[in-house]
Design a protein around this ligand. Structure first.
Ligand code: PRP
Length: 206
């Protein structure tokens, strides 16, 4: 049996829809509060977890494979294989600020973000000192209330920025959902994982 960790929240519908179209799952139960499911053939067990926890389940081998955003992978650097770009959940990680913001290169920049490691890596790459303010959500509030100068955050439609008089200052990287695999599972369940990857690949490119 193949164990699959899937993300709840924003990516859930797109991921489950893709699993259905690829014929990996035959139907989606109306989930309610249930967290673990099996497909009709009984060869796949899947469970829904917080997006940031998918790589944890996969790295520990509780899930053989999982679907995780590139943002979560880059931030946490799990020891897993990244098998495929699923071409869903597309957005970008970007530095954003209130419109009209001017950077003063002589000052440390105060950066509010959920992506502490990505922000540190980006600013190190351009040789800028930063003070990181770690937040867990509604990141856009920080510069609006002058707690930070900028944010490093995900931008999908751009609506949140627009509605708060903010804009993208610099794109750091493009993001999309990836299929990841546990390294030992990939050795011992190679056939099943390759078949799943092939089906998802055909669906992703359809
Ligand atoms: C994400 C992100 C932005 C918003 C971007 O937050 O942090 O706030 O979505 O999307 P948009 O460009 O389509 O407006 P999310 O809604 O996941 O919640 P959070 O603020 O709690 O992180």
């Amino acid at each position: 049996m193949l164990n699959i960790a899937l993300p709840k929240g924003r990516l859930a519908d797109k991921t489950l829809d893709m699993m259905l179209r690829a014929g990996i799952l035959s139907s989606i139960e109306d989930s309610g509060r249930k967290l673990v499911f099996e497909n009709a053939a009984g060869d796949i067990r899947y469970f829904l977890v917080k997006p940031w926890d998918v790589p944890v389940y996969v790295e520990r081998g509780i899930a053989d494979v999982g679907v995780a955003g590139k943002d979560v992978i880059d931030e946490n650097s799990p020891d897993v294989y990244e098998l495929m770009d699923l071409n869903i959940g597309k957005c970008r990680l970007a530095v954003c600020a209130v419109n009209g913001y001017r950077d003063d290169p002589s000052e440390k920049i105060r950066v509010a973000t959920k992506f502490v490691n990505c922000a540190k890596r980006y600013y190190a790459s351009i040789g800028r000192d930063i003070e990181v303010i770690k937040l867990n959500g509604s990141i856009e509030l920080a510069p609006l209330l002058n707690m930070s100068d900028v944010i490093v955050d995900l931008v999908e439609t751009g609506t949140t920025l627009k509605e708060n008089n903010m804009g993208v200052v610099r794109e750091i990287t493009k993001i999309s959902a990836r299929l990841i695999a546990n390294k030992a599972s990939y050795r011992f369940k190679r056939g099943e994982i390759d078949l799943l990857t092939k089906k998802l690949g055909e669906t992703a490119n359809a």
